[in-house]
Design a protein around this ligand. Structure first.
Ligand code: ADP
Ligand code: MG
Length: 702
């Protein structure tokens, strides 16, 4: 049972320590420079690195290598190649060249590309991202050397999530350095975005999972009456973790640690059967790779223990869904976190300028941020009565809000509220300084001490999307500010005015109250803040001229890339709802309706038997129940026919925006209409007669 954390931590990663011990000194130095300063590796060094990487991987049991990449499906992709190099004498050598390390051509033409690879000759390449370390993926039946890569078309267009992410990190770095120079920092050479992604998930029993086609095909339940008890008692949140789940977490942590993923925190979440894992933050692209591995590993480990891990944003209607908190900050290579306000933020000009820029970026590009958190599943979560609302706003906390209000009121800030002493009234408890700022759990974009926490992100999503947007919009505002400030004589005055004016112009995005309330919805509308309630409405922001211009300016996306991505999103939405609708029809027709009819026949038989045995006995209860069931069954059947009807219409439409709207507005509604009578029927018939496990079975009996 004992886990030697120090021994297993990072054991499957070709990390700095491994490189240092295995590579010749000069090769190691060049490799380090490639990672840290972005200097290209020359082919000889690549050969040396590849060789050592292969030897190391083989020692760990690897037989194959793969260029591991992140296509627009949002999950990772791999195509394995064995190290073999057969010789004439019938034996084989094991080889892996620098060329194979640096570049791959997986073809992979079936991934969604939104038309970027429409022609038969369109090649796809993978290119090594040497800033994210290679690793060996050990699964029960295979051991593979994985090389993190970016995936591009023959013409260099991004076909993946990683390429734009790396581009956006570069853009933010460039513009942040300009701002730092203006503020007098002459020494920082690199700027790094740091990200820590908290991941929520559900665990359910695998046997029960396998009895539900909706979970199998769509990852969420499409039918299901609420159990008598939900999450209202808050007795699951942070509660004692059940033994079976602890068993899962133990193995889960071990697997992550082996991969050098700093899994740190674990706890029960708000909903029954819901949990969370958070690793310690890391460089943006590494954190993104790690989060993909977190999701994949969770599913694999669960499966090995007779469980299933549900990553869907809303597996159960009426019960809290799952998200991913994307904690984001900007740091320099000198170790300075630019989002750290210090103890007296009102005097921290650098922090205030950066804060003002972020406030402006979020206000000006709120629809893009909203888009970056859009998945078909997240539609069920955002704007429902749970975290967070669909209106983007920023929570700053008491201390910072006070500082920026001083700017708005008087044009300058002269004081910062200090944290008070914690006094519990109990002598034996320690006293300490409290933070000057409390937390707000309802805000989609919250300042939490020395980072921003973007809480809208969906649990299934690659965190590349939100970070591409965050990095780029902040780079854009920094760029505009730098352009203006570089032209000013009196920089200090100009910076002061810029802070003041930016805050004044964009304070409408700051909201410290309860983001769930109806009052806030109305207030947000009054302030002119967009409330984008569904993915289909959000996609338009991708090809909005102003946004296209911004992405092109910073070399993050071309118009063609954006258009192709919008197309992929519409397609994804339509396909997702389509599969859900077909699954519902299947379950309704082949499982629910026949089961209900069988149950009714049983009831009818029982009435007849009672009447035959004892004609005077009252069978009105059975009869009422039969009527009730018949009524709902009829409604269900006619709603089923209606859903089949609209599905046929949807299928006949051309793929794209209009079809997605049809799925959202018509098919989706027809699905809801089918669900209602079915859920009522679940409450009417004998539990034994219901064809699949109930909500109660799934979430209270793990
Ligand atoms: P919570 O928000 O639940 O209170 P924490 O404050 O512990 O949790 O942090 C949540 C996540 O934020 C973790 O992944 C943590 O490593 C990450 N994090 C902490 N500081 C930073 C930072 N400066 N930049 C980015 N992420 C950070
Ligand atoms: Mg958090």
């Amino acid at each position: 049972m004992y886990t030697n954390v120090k021994e297993i931590y990072g054991q499957n990663v070709f990390n700095d320590a491994v490189m240092k011990s295995r590579l010749p000194k000069s090769a190691y130095k060049k490799m380090k420079a490639a990672i840290e300063a972005g200097i290209d590796l020359d082919p000889e060094v690549a050969d040396i690195v590849a060789h050592e990487m292969k030897e190391w991987a083989i020692e760990r049991g690897a037989t194959h290598f793969t260029h591991w990449f992140q296509p627009l499906t949002g999950i990772t992709a791999e195509k394995h190649d064995a190290f073999i190099d057969p010789q004439e004498d019938g034996t084989t050598l094991l080889r892996f060249s620098g060329k194979e390390l640096i570049k791959g051509e997986p073809d992979a033409s079936s991934f969604p590309s939104g038309g970027l690879r429409a022609t038969f000759e369109a090649r796809g390449y993978t290119a090594w991202d040497c800033t994210s370390p290679a690793f060996v993926k050990e699964t029960p039946h295979s051991t593979i050397l994985c090389i993190p890569t970016a995936f591009c078309s023959y013409k260099g267009e991004a076909l993946d999530k990683k390429t734009p992410l790396l581009r956006s990190m570069q853009a933010l770095e460039l513009q942040t350095l300009r701002i730092l120079r203006l503020l007098g920092n002459t020494t920082a050479q690199r700027v790094i975005t740091s990200v820590g992604a908290e991941q929520e998930y559900f665990l359910v029993d695998k046997d029960k999972f396998m009895k539900r086609k909706d979970l199998i095909f769509t990852g969420r339940t499409l039918f299901g009456a609420m159990p008598p008890k939900g999450q209202e008692m808050d007795d699951h949140y942070f509660g004692v973790i059940p033994e079976r789940v602890l068993g899962f977490m133990k193995k889960f942590n071990e697997e992550l640690w082996k991969l050098g993923i700093p899994a740190k925190t674990q706890h029960n979440e708000v909903a029954p059967a819901q949990h969370e894992i958070a690793p310690i933050y890391d460089q943006n692209n590494i954190a993104t790779d790690h989060n993909q591995l977190v999701m994949e590993t969770a599913q694999r480990v669960a499966d090995g223990q007779g469980l299933r891990c549900l990553l869907h944003e809303k597996p159960f209607k009426g019960i809290n869904g799952s998200g991913k908190h994307n904690n984001w900050s900007i740091c320099t290579d000198e170790g300075e976190n630019l989002l750290d306000p210090g103890s007296t933020p009102h005097e921290n000009i650098q922090f205030l300028l950066i804060l003002a820029a972020i406030i402006r970026a979020v206000d000006e590009y709120a629809p893009l941020l909203r888009l970056s958190a859009s998945t078909p599943g997240n539609d069920h979560r955002l704007g429902g009565n749970e975290a967070p609302p669909s209106v983007i706003s920023i929570f700053l906390g008491e201390q910072l809000e006070d500082v920026i209000e001083q700017f708005v009121d008087t044009g300058e800030a002269t004081s910062s509220i200090e944290g008070e002493e914690y006094v519990s009234g109990v002598h034996s408890l320690p006293t300490f300084q409290m933070d000057a700022t409390d937390r707000n759990r309802t805000s989609p974009f919250a300042f939490t001490g020395n980072k921003f926490e973007f809480r809208m992100v969906g649990s299934t999503q690659s965190i590349a999307d939100p970070n591409v947007v965050l990095n780029t919009i902040v780079a854009e505002v920094f760029c505009d500010m730098a352009d203006k400030l570089e032209a000013e004589e009196d920089k200090s005055m100009a910076i002061h005015n810029m802070i003041k004016n930016t805050i004044k112009d964009h304070i409408r995005i700051v909201f410290n109250g309860n983001g769930y309330s109806e009052k806030w919805k109305r207030e947000a509308e009054r302030r002119g803040l967009p409330n984008i309630t569904c993915m289909v409405d959000a996609i338009g922001a991708m090809t909005d001229d102003r946004n296209v211009e911004m992405f092109e300016k910073h070399g993050v996306f071309t118009r063609t890339e954006l258009e192709s991505r919008a197309e992929v999103m519409y397609e994804t939405y339509s396909k997702t709802v389509h599969i859900e609708a077909l699954t519902m029809i299947d379950m309704a027709k082949k499982q629910i309706v026949p089961s209900v009819i069988r149950y009714q026949t049983g009831l009818a038989d029982s009435i007849n038997s009672i009447k035959a045995a004892c004609p005077d006995l009252d069978t009105s209860v059975q009869e009422d129940l039969m009527k009730d069931i018949s009524f709902n069954l009829k409604e269900m059947y006619s709603n089923l026919a209606a859903l089949e009807d609209v599905i046929v219409k949807a299928e006949a439409m051309e793929e794209g925006e209009e079809q997605s709207y049809y799925y959202r507005q018509v098919v989706f509604e027809a699905m809801e209409a089918l669900r209602e009578p079915a859920d009522r029927l679940e409450m009417l018939v004998d539990k034994k007669a219901w064809p699949f496990p109930s909500y109660g079975d799934l979430i209270f009996e793990v």
